[in-house]
Design a protein around this ligand. Sequence first.
Ligand SMILES: [Fe+2]
Length: 393
Amino acid sequence: MIPDFFQYQCPTKIVYGVGLSRDFSAELAGLPLKKLVVITDRVLERLKVIDPIIEGVKNAGVEILEIYTDVPPNSEVKTVKKCAEMAARHHADGILAIGGGSVIDTAKAANIVFTHGGDLVGDYSGTQTITSPLKPLIVIPTTAGTGSEVTQAAVILDQQTHTKLSFVDHYLYPTLAILDPEVTVSMPPQITAATGMDALTHAIEACVGIQSNPISDGFAMKAISLVRHHLVTAVKDGGNLEARGGMLTAAVMAGIAFDHSLVGVVHGMAHAAGGLTGLHHGTANSIFLPWGMEYNLETCPEKFAEVANYLGVKKEGRAAIQEVQRLQKELHEACGLPMTLKEAGIDAGLSLKGLEYMLEAIAEGAVNDGTSFYNPREVVKEEVLVQVRKAYG
Ligand SMILES: [Fe+2]
């Protein structure tokens, strides 16, 4: 079905190549920058993932002014402020972000304050709050999941209110995304599995959501197919560059898909569980994915049949759910990725009554999450709770 209205925009230039992160001088030459600040994290610094990248940038004649390595796993307002101050102090021409979703989101948000000044939370949280273009932002993703390298959103934790703030604006698209499978080989198997399932969830939710359209479907369906072919290999054989490249591409294509069609109840449950328990985003999505699909199956069986087709099984909605469960099991056996909330240990220290309260709070959180607006079926607490209980195990 062709919707009455849809639009597509992804201004980020995407360049893929094995080893490309060590020398992307041709790309740098096309950008108006001579001096950069770098934002990354301690793990990548310790593993020396960033060293050849920095070396290559310097060899291209671009000065590295300072490297900020203290981005935490969940990007925070105070970290964003420090990064913006660093870039401003040096009068940098732009920012280079090397890392996963947290690093890239930190760099996106820092670039707002660095370019335009003002207060991150007070002036810019929300949607379409930026009035003119930002400084160039180059991103090199080191995980394959969030898709932040090609989206117009950043999510930042406000430590004072314990809430996650969203920044959504078409000026937030990175200028250039360098996709190099080599920089993802240091990712451990369970993180590879969890982030890969996040990408699969983006693709499936973009495909079945109410905002889906033929262009986002094209990106989503190919992403599903790439996950099917490459995720298990990337988990079991981390040095396999073809599998790593397949997953980097899957994450980007799923990112473009959900940047246009958004996500639904699976992310709603995952956001709630993550907020309440600290459960890793990709792990949470992996656990909730089949149950969110179950919740929506009868609303759009034809879309789930398409998903099944790209997962390589019988073109029928329920087969898609069964295939996701089979994949969950295979990943569990390969690297211990939890299949249930119970396995993930969310009930640690809770009484039976406390656990019931927690499961209800997850269902309630899914109803109140912004993603519920885009889910194909109305998100109703009692009915979501049925699926949350199944996800508990
Ligand atoms: Fe996600």
